[in-house]
Write a protein that binds this ligand. Sequence first.
Ligand code: C5J
Length: 222
Amino acid sequence: MSSTTIAAEPFDLDLDVSTTALIIIDMQRDFLQPHGFGELLGNDVSLLRSAIEPTRTVLDAARAATMLVVHTREGHRPDLTDCPPAKLTRGGKTFIGTEGPMGRILVRGEEGHDIIPELYPIEGEPVIDKPGKGAFFETDLHIILQNRGIKTLIVCGVTTEVCVQSTVREGNDRGYECVVLEDCVGSYFPEFQAVGLEMIKAQGGIFGWVSTSQHAIGAIAS
Ligand code: C5J
């Protein structure tokens, strides 16, 4: 047992490092790297890249504390048989399965689908390949967390209002206490970033808590 408290909103949260996992959502090259798919669509990737360094410091602290670290990647089989037609037909002509600057967009095994080098998983860190936005949908994330007795999720990644929030909602419904680190998540839309975080901690923490990398590192290291 290694009980500690993380300073957070709407209130500080007690947690045990041994039953806490760090979940890093979709820090994939195509979303974050200059000249990747995200930038090709006209997005400012610096809005996402600002989350890399704070996330790396939390990742370092989690690894030093031998916490469970889980990475996720959004993507599909090369034949796209696991991609719902309703998802496939959205996003215009340059979306899932089409050729992008770093291979086929959101297709497993392609360069752009993989995780950025700064946060690359090391041996022993599960990588969850997810076909949807939420990391629990059609994946083995829940059983992996249950097998380790995990109760609390510290959540980083992109994008705040899409895959991060979907995962937090799913995790909350499954009984996990979810703490989102505001400087470790990013959105192409600053207004969605702000409101996405507000929504999580509203009404006494309706989906979870919001904290920072510094508070998380303090709690993990204590
Ligand atoms: C994620 C997306 N990872 N925005 N995907 O948020 O389509």
